[in-house]
Design a protein around this ligand. Structure first.
Ligand SMILES: [Fe+2]
Length: 357
């Protein structure tokens, strides 16, 4: 079997999803890999602004399609942070994914959450982040199975890094990492039987923060974690859900998880062709600061990530190549050296960085 990407207007009832489908605005999983599409679920995708849909088709993947995909992957490699060490070692990352997959599977089967294992992974992650130099966010995104586990782990790692960057102590950073690792756990309880009823499904999806938080509360998780889960889809402008809380009324931990969730969602290949390289993801987050996100947390995040650390080679919009030699007051428009000439991109409106090379 192979995957064919179709426009949402072209898909038909009866076709099967080759991968999970996500809402691009609220970062919510709306349909799962293997789901058979119906009129209602197609409508749901349109309503949730899904444009391209991965459809399972008979036969081997066309050679042309394979080449296009590989080309796209190579292109993505170009965008990866250059030779930076991973934020969390490959060994711990793989171990964490294994644990999360076991924890979520057990949860599916028994509705029991293995809190101690989640805690232990979060502690190890935070210990590694604390031991590393700052300003390196380089997540391992390859060799992992299952989008949800990767997404939970990455969100946990990023949330933990932001907490540390904000000066929080180890135990708080660990809580925040745990919260990131569990933020979408409510999705595990969505009743897939009701997929034929768009109204009910929509309501059920909108409930995943509340369902997750309630479950974690019953499992004895502390309030910071349940708050993060309950409020991770709230927006700074008050237009989020489930409560429509605005600004600092949203608990800090939930505001941190929201930024981490967005960054990993935007940069994950599994999220369809709409996934973007780190620089563009960062730009999207920055441009939606104050609308979706707490601007202070976004600033901390941008300062921490160092998309253009000193020494990074970049391609400029006028076709020239340069090397970043310092930061300007605009984090996304650093000072670059182009053939021995210093250019402060923050002062050049018509020149910007196209990509890292
Ligand atoms: Fe969510």
């Amino acid at each position: 079997m192979a995957t064919q990407w179709k426009n949402v207007d072209e898909v038909k009832p009866g076709e099967v999803l080759a991968d999970d489908v996500f809402d691009g605005v609220s970062f919510t999983l709306i349909l799962r890999k293997g789901d058979v599409l119906s009129e209602e679920t197609i409508e749901l995708m349109k309503k949730r602004n899904v444009r391209r849909v991965p459809i399972l088709v008979e036969g081997e993947e066309e050679e042309e399609a394979i080449m296009a995909r590989e080309k796209a992957l190579v292109k993505r490699e170009d965008f990866a942070l250059p030779s930076a060490p991973p934020t969390v070692s490959e060994e711990l990352y793989n171990e964490s994914l294994e644990v999360m997959s076991e924890v979520v599977n057990k949860l599916f089967e028994t509705e029991v959450l293995d809190k101690d294992r989640v805690r232990s992974v979060a502690s190890k992650v935070v210990a590694e982040i604390f031991g590393k130099q700052r300003n390196v966010l380089n997540l391992i995104k390859k060799h992992a199975k299952g989008f949800l586990y990767k997404h939970l782990m990455n969100t946990g790692i990023i949330a933990g890094m932001i907490a540390i960057e904000m000066g929080m102590p180890v135990h708080e950073a660990t809580r925040i990492t745990e919260a990131g690792m569990l933020h979408d756990i409510g999705l595990a309880f969505i009743n897939t039987e009701i997929k034929s009823d768009i109204m009910k499904l929509d309501a059920e999806l909108a409930n995943h923060p509340a369902v997750g938080a309630k479950f974690l509360r019953n499992a004895g998780m502390p309030i910071e974690v349940t708050d993060a889960v309950l409020f991770h889809h709230e927006r700074w402008d008050g237009k989020g859900f489930p409560m429509g809380l605005k600004g600092k009324r949203i608990p800090t931990i939930a505001r941190i998880v929201a930024v981490a969730d967005a960054y990993d969602t935007l940069t994950s290949e599994e999220l369809s062709e709409q996934s973007m390289p780190p620089y563009y993801a960062m730009r999207w987050i920055v441009s939606n600061s104050k609308r979706f996100f707490d601007p202070d947390i976004v600033s901390t995040f941008v300062a921490m990530v160092g998309i253009y650390p000193t020494g990074t080679k970049v391609l400029l919009s006028d076709g020239r190549e340069g090397i970043v030699i310092g930061r300007s007051e605009k984090l996304l428009k650093p000072i670059v050296d182009v053939s021995g000439k210093t250019i402060d991109l923050s002062k050049e409106e018509s020149i910007w960085i196209v990509r890292v090379i």
